[in-house]
Ligand binder design. Structure first.
Ligand SMILES: *[C@@H]1O[C@H](CO)[C@@H](O)[C@H](O)[C@H]1NC(C)=O
Ligand SMILES: *[C@@H]1O[C@H](CO)[C@@H](O)[C@H](O)[C@H]1NC(C)=O
Length: 323
């Protein structure tokens, strides 16, 4: 019996000398990560599981939560096409606020794929409890779409949504039920957009009344990184990923910093940019063709553990410490 503690202490000292010095937990905080997937995807997809594994292996100790709008994959996929985005965001606000780990974390990181990116921005602007530290979006439609994506053959859900979108995108029916209709934005048709858009016109503060909370919440981000896929033909226009506007006739691109949303700073994007917190990044390939290498680099850059000094330099984040 007496030999056990000796063996144990020998083993412990042998281990201690073999391992590099460790940063203790009081000096670094690994924030949880929430992921909102894109149109036509669901939380049970193999690809998403791989993303979760990569997030965990890149930054060990990361608690990952995949946002879901239904309890099963089919229902979750259906909700990417059909539903009222206002209600979906409210549902996600409740979901994150109820999660025992997320709601006790000092903050969370957020990763949005395609439409999940602008929806996470909606979460930040409208709720932000728990608050988001860093937001990363891949191929998101921050300035909307002026064309609906073409559906693959036999995808009745996608085709049905597309038909609804074409037949009456500004009807109450489409704006309350067809998800992509709620971020449809054609620069030649601004009048109807401003009047009827159920989601994007509001979340982008494009109407006369500007919601100051939206601006305040978005400005509280530590970093906001927007990735655009260089060869993206699914998102029309692809520059929407950077909040740019494209003239559909001439193809002329008006970048974010030349637009009133930035110049008059309706969303706090200008402040974020001036503080060096707004990142415009491109990545090669078609829409959502992400390599493990790009993802890993992104996770290292944006979702790494917070060091003591970082957490004090971030005004949006309060790390609770014992007195
Ligand atoms: C979407 O849901 C919200 C909240 O229930 C509601 O106020 C709004 O009228 C709905 N939108 C449409 C276009 O029906
Ligand atoms: C697109 O460019 C053309 C040519 O400059 C211009 O006449 C038109 O008004 C522009 N469209 C929009 C929506 O700004």
């Amino acid at each position: 019996m007496r030999s056990i503690p000796i063996l144990a202490s020998l083993a412990a000292s042998a281990l201690a000398s073999a391992l590099p010095p460790k940063v203790t937990d009081t000096d670094s905080t690994q924030l949880p990560l929430v992921i909102w997937h894109g149109l036509g995807d669901d939380f049970e997809r193999e690809g998403l599981k791989e993303v979760v594994e990569l997030a965990e292996s890149t930054n060990p100790g990361t608690y990952v939560h995949l946002i879901r709008l239904a309890e099963d994959g089919n229902g979750d996929r259906q909700a990417t096409f059909l539903g009222n985005v206002t209600e979906q965001i409210a549902y996600v606000c409740d979901q994150l606020a109820a999660d025992p780990i997320l709601r006790t974390a000092p903050a969370i990181n957020a990763l949005g794929f395609s439409q999940g990116g602008q929806f996470l921005r909606g979460y930040i602007e409208r709720c932000n409890a728990p608050p988001v530290h860093n937001l990363v979006t891949f191929g998101s439609q921050h300035n909307g779409i002026s064309e609906f994506q073409s559906c693959s053959l036999g995808d009745w859900l996608c085709s049905g949504a597309e038909a609804l979108l074409r037949s009456g995108r500004w009807t109450n029916f489409a704006q309350s039920r067809v998800v992509p209709a709620q971020y449809f934005r054609d620069p030649t048709d601004m009048e109807q957009y401003l009047e009827y858009s159920n989601f994007l016109a509001d979340i982008n503060n494009e109407r006369e009344f500007k919601n100051e909370d939206y601006r305040k919440n978005l400005m509280s981000l530590n970093r906001f990184a927007m990735f655009m896929f260089e060869e993206d033909t699914t998102v029309v226009p692809k520059e929407s990923s950077f909040f740019a506007e494209v003239n559909g006739t001439t193809g002329e691109v008006t970048p974010l910093h030349e637009r009133p949303i930035y110049k008059e700073d309706w969303l706090g994007l200008r402040v974020l940019d001036e503080e060096g917190k707004l990142d415009f990044r491109t990545t090669p390939g078609q829409h959502m063709r992400l390599t493990e290498k790009v993802l890993k680099k992104t996770f290292e850059e944006y979702f790494a553990p917070l060091k003591g000094e970082q957490s004090t330099s971030s005004p949006g984040l309060v790390v609770q410490r014992a007195h």
